[in-house]
Design a protein around this ligand. Structure first.
Ligand SMILES: [Zn+2]
Length: 153
């Protein structure tokens, strides 16, 4: 039997947990279709207030990831943020982004300037195309319709 990725989502509403799980599965199929050993723990909570970010991705090591996603975002932004954090999962799991605390390396090159980290630029570039493809292929909403839905959708 093939091993399979392990994804666990906690917190938030049931509809948010199901949506985030579905978006993560889509992102793995899109960016890392051959991965079978990812272990991703997602916590939906008030993270913008506490962490000053709508989402964050921690690479624990050995294909294990912890993702925080703010649960007060509307549906559209929840999908976009999930796609953003999954780009970071892709970067770590392919070793494009590596860390030797407190330093971060992009394709082996040390980066110390926080203004335009290349991994953030890539995540910002990819988050919307990924989210829009997910919305088109996996929901019945148009992009315009989904933008007015609230977080309980
Ligand atoms: Zn980021």
């Amino acid at each position: 039997m093939l091993a399979s990725n392990c994804i666990e989502v906690t917190g938030g509403f049931a509809a948010q947990r199901e949506r985030v799980l579905d978006v993560i599965t889509f992102c793995i199929d899109e960016m890392m279709p051959r991965k079978r050993t990812l272990d991703i723990e997602v916590k939906l909570w008030n993270c913008e207030k506490h962490e000053k970010a709508l989402g964050q991705c921690l690479f624990v090591g050995d294909n294990v990831f912890q993702i925080d996603i703010d649960n007060k975002q509307d549906l559209y932004n929840l999908i976009v943020t999930t796609c953003h954090e999954m780009v970071h999962v892709k970067q770590y799991s392919r070793r494009e982004l590596t860390e030797r605390f407190p330093q971060s390396f992009w394709h082996g090159e040390l980066f110390t300037d926080g203004r335009c980290y290349p991994w953030e630029l890539e995540a910002w570039d990819m988050q919307r195309p990924l989210a829009h493809k997910y919305i088109k292929e996996h929901t019945d909403w148009s992009i315009r319709d989904i933008k007015v839905l609230d977080k309980r959708s």
